[in-house]
Ligand binder design. Sequence first.
Ligand code: NAP
Ligand code: MG
Length: 515
Amino acid sequence: MKEPFRNEPVRQYRDESEREAIRKAQALVAGRFPEEIPLVIGGERIATARTKDSLDPSDTRRVVARAAQATAADVDRAMEVAWNAFRSWSRVAPEARARLLHRAAAIMRRRRLELVALEQFEAGKTVVEADADVAEAIDFLEYYARDMYRLAAGGAVTRIPDEDNELRYIPLGVGAIIPPWNFPLAIVTGMTSAAIVTGNAVLLKPASTTPAIAYRLVEIFEEAGLPPGVLNFVPGSGSEIGDHMVDHPKTRFISFTGSRDVGVRIYERAAKVQPGQIWLKRVVAEMGGKDAIVVDEGADYDEAANGIVQAAFGFQGQKCSAASRVIGVGAAYDAVLERVVERTRRLVLGPATDLAVDVGPVIDEAAYRKILDYIEVGRREGRLVAGGAKGPEGGYFIQPTIFADVAPTARIAQEEIFGPVLAFIRAKDFDEAEAIFNGTQYGLTGSLYSRSTEHLERARETFHVGNLYLNRKCTAALVGVHPFGGFNMSGTDSKTGGPDYLLLFLQAKAISERM
Ligand code: NAP
Ligand code: MG
């Protein structure tokens, strides 16, 4: 028996020794830029004529990596190789597959500082945010490994005389793993390891902005002993090869995390049965959010303000769980607004690798433009009370921005901005706050700060989100502690880091023998 799962402790990097160590790791990884990232198909490294650069969003002159770009023909070959590997991998004992995840976790622990530093450069995460992402990746490996031991025993069946019955969980086949860039190691690791530990083989297409971090995972799995062909790495633009991966008649499942629009497109396309296809594709999609924090009259306004600032501006608001709406009930509205604005003005904006910085850059040029456009929309829809402009030149910096007096139906109160922009919405009473809270197409995370037992109990029933937090912020879900995933247009209602997740990569076979 394995010892029970425990979350990997996160670090704060307050001690000088830790700060010294991360600075060294930063120098070490930066010395290798630009890294050359190949395709990996059946264990073979393949360079392509066409490459795409991933930049340091804090300093766009710095090229972090030059990634090979897979074509449709590369995807076809990877698919064939993966199905070949699947034949043997699916028959490896589940316990041995799980041990591979423990080994990968051990390697990540050893390489932690290097991984943290690389995230700072390629994704623009501050040290604490990057460290939390690496810790979460380790958590996924340790959690899913343990859950595989449980599922290896099969499902419970009822006994009848003269028959031996079992319910066995078997893998699906070959899947496409399509992650986003915002938790560049944790989400890639969670999605990939869940598929692999359950006995499937995969084609992993990393997000175009963070290929170097995703490639580390490929190397780590190789070092841990994963046979060639089980994890094939096919970096490429989603708009160029994404449809091909999804439409492929040999794709058995698609595991996607990303935006609403791409998720909907994948869901629709995957439903079409292609010539030669002999199954219905399974789609697991985790999508966006428009997450709200409600502050009730008489709540602890200081606590609420601290939670709101972290949830809204941590990693520049680029979390699916980020608070993008604050709903203030009655007198709470002004009390909290004032405190949040005051704390937001103290945030330090600058390069992610600088240990004194709270808010780094947004991920790329497209995000930068889109967020600045939303700030213009916000000027028409609300009263600007903090930020509202770009930050220093040279990187994709945007000031943490707050709009007050926003209508619940305004665009900035309905559309996912995915940046450091927060809308304050006034509610006259708790009923109205509840209606506003639920009044979007999304249903991912949300919080209520309140001292009213009645309101806390009511929120448990009526606030329709996959992850509801009471008297705490709506970000920083922990694997195993807060199984994560949303309702409605936030996805297919799955929960990562929870006891139901691995079943999404398995199918159950019932076997009965007359005795
Ligand atoms: P995105 O633009 O939807 O991209 C996600 C992935 O899909 C990327 O690998 C992208 O490749 C790929 N892709 C793009 N077009 C595709 C197509 N037609 N077919 C197949 N794949 C395609 O999302 P993002 O900007 O990376 O991430 C931010 C979004 O993710 C936000 O909406 C956020 O809320 C959501 N998110 C949700 C969760 C959750 O757990 N619910 C967690 C994290 C993030 P390229 O990079 O090459 O475009
Ligand atoms: Mg995108």
